[in-house]
Design a protein around this ligand. Structure first.
Ligand code: UDP
Length: 463
């Protein structure tokens, strides 16, 4: 982990952070909060009651629930992620008034530190106008890649070209002229119905309000996405900071699910680089038939594996009941949820079969672990393509869940010659990343400039 002690500021200076309450968004925001705390800032976390972070894991932070406190309020959400998205995430206009009032109260009542700025998830786009109306600087945390965000900023253009509605297989394999890294099927796989899709509208608002923010913090690093930086600076002409959070702190303390650590004694007994770690994130779901293909693919590969099957991962099943008894044999272990980065850092892990969520991708890169990519939707197909065709630190399973292809891909990445090159590139990328954390390196400098930038904010408070 990187040395976090160089720049430090007056502990009297407070930053307010507001994550989107999904695992893949809470993790990086809490990692960022810890990094900023280590630099001397006081931290207040605003959060919804839905998926509230575990405050007891952060005795050094102040927590304040906001927005979904009132059970009578129709923006109140507590049931599931889809209800939350429908009620609050997609309809942020209704949240503006309530958020402004609660934020004003917070800004005027606190006497435990001078507030410098607000940092919100980029998807909380409505917070920009609230911050503007209070003259409070707002930075955004963007929890996906630079590349994905550039593609997201082009959704209206891609829709006008008809790419989201393509179904002809002959076209789907062609490269996208506007983004020659991508195939047309990657755009289709994002799962948008076009620019009028509620998710696309949310993204459009996000992009618009990122451009007028006081700055953008990316969970990434220059050497990983070097070719995207010029476009980002052109499309988002505000200060941009690229900081690889997993190199400073893991995401284990913000896990919403209980962490199973019983896999570590088992991993300790496995030879170096011999185990495939398998996890498809906190939200994605598969049908029973796909679950069976995954299981058969794993068994047929004859490689040891550690497979996270999150309860709810299989549509209509609670956990493993759809798998025939004895199918998984003795070759691997199936668990419900683990401290992922610690697993990836274990010397027994040889590769990661992932859904290409951005946190998982970056955690894998940080540990120098090559990937097999099986994206579901949204940014995941874009990240999968980038990993396999640009960074070349993984292989992309492009044709869905098919046991033969799965077993072949596992053998390829774990054992054979092509896999060896991918494994070498993964290690080389990790070395570049490690070097970027040293004084004068890109990540080191980015974090130092963020700290200086925030320290110099001069928010005058509420009048
Ligand atoms: N994760 C974890 N334990 C697991 C599987 C995943 O702690 O068993 C964490 C992982 O480390 C990552 C997050 O869950 O930080 C998943 O985020 P990602 O962006 O990869 O995917 P999402 O869940 O948003 O689809």
């Amino acid at each position: 982990m990187a040395d976090q002690t160089r720049t430090s500021v007056n502990r009297n200076q407070r930053i307010i952070l507001f994550p989107i309450p999904f695992q893949g968004h809470i993790n990086p925001m809490l990692q960022l909060a810890n990094i900023l705390y280590s630099k001397g800032f006081n931290i207040t976390i605003l959060h919804t009651n839905f998926n509230a972070p575990k405050a007891s894991n952060y005795p050094h932070f102040t927590f304040q629930s906001i927005l979904d406190n009132d059970p009578e309020n129709k923006s109140s959400v507590s049931r599931d992620i889809h209800t939350f998205a429908q009620n609050l995430l997609f309809k942020q206009d209704g949240a503006e008034l309530a958020f402004r009032e609660e934020l004003k109260l917070l800004l005027s009542s606190r006497n435990d530190g001078h507030v410098l700025c607000l940092i919100t998830d980029a998807l909380w786009h409505f917070t920009q106008s609230v911050a503007d109306s209070l003259n409070l600087p707002r930075l955004v945390l963007r929890t996906s890649s630079l590349f994905c965000t550039i593609v997201y900023a082009s959704i209206p253009v891609l829709d006008d070209l008809g790419y989201f509605k393509l179904s002809d297989n002959n076209h789907l394999e062609k490269l996208v002229p506007e983004f020659p890294v991508l195939k047309l099927k990657d755009i289709v796989k994002m799962g948008l119905k076009g620019k009028k899709d509620p998710v696309a509208e949310l993204i459009g608002n996000m992009v618009k309000n990122m451009k007028t923010s006081s700055g953008i913090i990316w969970n990434s690093f220059k050497e990983l996405e070097e070719s995207e930086i010029e476009t980002i600076l052109d499309k988002f002409p505000v200060p941009n900071f690229l900081i690889p959070f997993p190199k400073y702190i893991t995401a284990a303390s913000s896990s919403l699910l209980e962490l199973d650590r019983t896999c570590f004694p088992w991993l300790d007994q496995q030879p170096p680089n011999s185990v495939l770690y398998v996890s498809f994130g906190s939200i994605g779901q598969v049908e029973v038939k796909d679950h069976l293909e995954i299981a058969h693919g794993l068994v047929d590969s004859k490689q040891p594996f550690l497979w996270v099957v999150r309860p709810g991962f299989v549509n209509g099943s609670t956990w493993l009941e759809a798998l025939p008894d004895g199918l998984m044999g003795e070759g691997g272990r199936v668990v419900k949820w683990v401290p992922q980065q610690e697993v990836l850092a274990h010397k027994a892990i040889g590769a990661f079969w992932t859904h290409s969520g951005w946190n998982s991708t970056l955690e894998s890169v940080c540990e120098g672990v090559p990937m097999i990519c099986s994206p579901f939707r949204s940014d995941q197909p874009l990240d999968a393509r980038y990993v396999s065709d640009v960074s070349k630190v993984g292989v992309y399973l492009e044709n869905g869940w098919q046991r033969d292809e799965i077993a072949n891909a596992i053998r390829k990445i774990m054992t054979n010659k092509v896999g060896e090159e991918i494994r070498e590139r993964s290690k080389a990328l990790k070395q570049k990343l490690d070097a970027s954390l040293d004084k004068g390196g890109s990540s080191y400098e980015s974090l130092e400039s963020l700290v200086t930038y925030i320290s110099n904010f001069n928010f005058g408070g509420i009048i």
